[in-house]
Design a protein around this ligand. Structure first.
Ligand SMILES: *Cc1c(COP(=O)(O)O)cnc(C)c1O
Length: 404
């Protein structure tokens, strides 16, 4: 079992107050907090071995290179990738998706079809729309139902010999729905299409096995898994990464350069132009260590308890409607209260030290589906508690009284 009080001591930020009240941080789906163990790794890097990697003969550069490459292996092991060079460091989920979408420019033509879902973050919509503009391929959408689940029979009908690529998130950031990606991947492969899974929201809560999933691309951001911002990863099957052209040109990604011809480096360096976020990559590895020490089974079990408890308490409030009631969901609760604007509730909660998200959560198509401008979103991580949920409910009731 998970010892929450002990775990909370790892997170210095949880000790602070906001507007005179102890911080209650329920905006984890936007970014997670960072434990001391990861902060220490960042401080150690800049205090002791900050240097550029892969090119220096001096000791600092060797140390930094070793730590950065060891972190890549940690990430490889965590996701069970076959080879460490199938892990590409990126600036995060958005960057990873753009890298793949850009690469597919040379692989798609007019008449080709690519499939997205109605449940996506703008990061997993816009780069593909841009790809369609460049190539003349068309974008199809798997629709969702009232519970916030994808309608898989409609997905079946969209798949055909023109389908080249399918991209859906593993878990929706706006509603918490866990999508049945195993069957989505299997069906796409049956028509010869590749699949990219946006794991930004799943990696904080579960441990994906990319080989068992047989997924072609899997992407995530470190900052949602207790790591720093500005770093993430792209997993790609070797055969796919070899098919994609480089994304950016520059140092690190070349084998040889002359004015007549440049040849590119092999994987993973082909996709890693320029000096990367070295410290970020090392801290990403440390964040995975931290989470694995707690254990993803313990995390999932505890977060499900928080989800059930939070849902139950919220539903006792008159006029409160939860959006996203999928059977399979994670610890994200999106809701509205009557006709009160989410922003007004969010502002009052902040006055009471409670951080929630309000708005469309970078998923406007979902809000359009429900015909609402946005929701209030409370998202829990393993360091949150039932007591915090109780305080949140009392504060929410106060806010509702003030606003109605
Ligand atoms: C947060 C998030 C993104 C974007 O991640 P960045 O770190 O901002 O690049 C994409 N998809 C989902 C599902 C997310 O939750």
């Amino acid at each position: 079992m998970l010892d929450v009080q002990k775990i909370r001591k790892d997170f210095p930020i949880l000790n602070r107050t906001v507007n005179g009240k102890p911080l209650i941080y329920f905006d984890n789906a936007a970014t997670s907090q960072t434990p001391q163990q990861v902060i220490d790794v960042i401080v150690d890097y800049y205090s002791n071995y900050n240097a550029n990697i892969h090119r220096g003969v001096h000791s600092l550069s060797q140390e930094a290179t070793d730590a950065y490459e060891q972190a890549r292996i940690k990430i490889q092991k965590h996701f069970n990738a076959k080879h460490s060079y199938e892990i590409i460091y990126t600036a995060g989920t958005t960057h990873s998706i753009n890298l793949v979408a850009n690469g597919f420019s040379s692989l798609l033509k007019k008449g080709d079809e690519i499939i997205v879902s109605a449940l996506e973050h703008h990061s997993n919509i816009v780069p593909w729309q841009m790809l369609c503009e460049r190539t003349g391929a068309s974008l199809k959408v798997i629709p969702m139902n009232e519970n916030g689940e994808l309608i898989l029979s409609d997905y079946d009908a969209l798949l055909n010999e023109h389908t080249k690529l399918v991209f859906v998130n593993h878990i929706s950031n706006a509603l918490g729905t866990i999508n049945p990606i195993e069957s989505i991947i299997e069906k796409a492969h049956a028509v010869g299409a590749a699949v990219l899974i946006d794991g930004a929201q799943s990696c904080p809560h579960l441990k994906p096995d990319v080989q068992a999933l047989d997924v072609d691309f899997y992407v995530c951001s470190a900052h949602k898994i207790c790591g720093p911002t500005g770093v993430g990863m792209l997993y790609g099957k070797e055969e796919w990464l070899n098919k994609l052209p480089p994304y950016q040109g520059g140092g690190e990604m070349i084998a040889e350069v002359s004015f007549e011809k440049t040849t590119y480096a092999g994987l993973p360096h082909k996709f890693e132009a320029g000096t990367p976020n070295i410290c970020g990559g090392i801290a990403f590895g440390a964040a995975l260590d931290y989470m694995n020490n707690i254990g993803f089974e313990n995390i999932a079990k505890y977060e499900n308890e928080l989800l059930d408890y939070g849902t139950e308490q919220l539903l006792k409030i008159e006029g409160l409607k939860i959006y996203g009631t999928a059977k399979e969901k994670t610890s994200v609760i999106s809701f509205n209260v009557g006709t009160i604007h989410p922003y007004d509730i969010g502002t009052i909660l902040d006055k009471m030290g409670i951080a929630v998200r309000t708005g469309h959560h970078c998923a406007q198509p979902i809000m359009d589906f429900y015909k609402i401008p946005g929701t209030i979103r409370a998202s829990f991580m393993f360091y949150n508690t039932k007591e915090e949920i109780d305080t949140f409910i009392v504060a929410l009731k106060k806010a509702i009284m003030m606003l109605s």
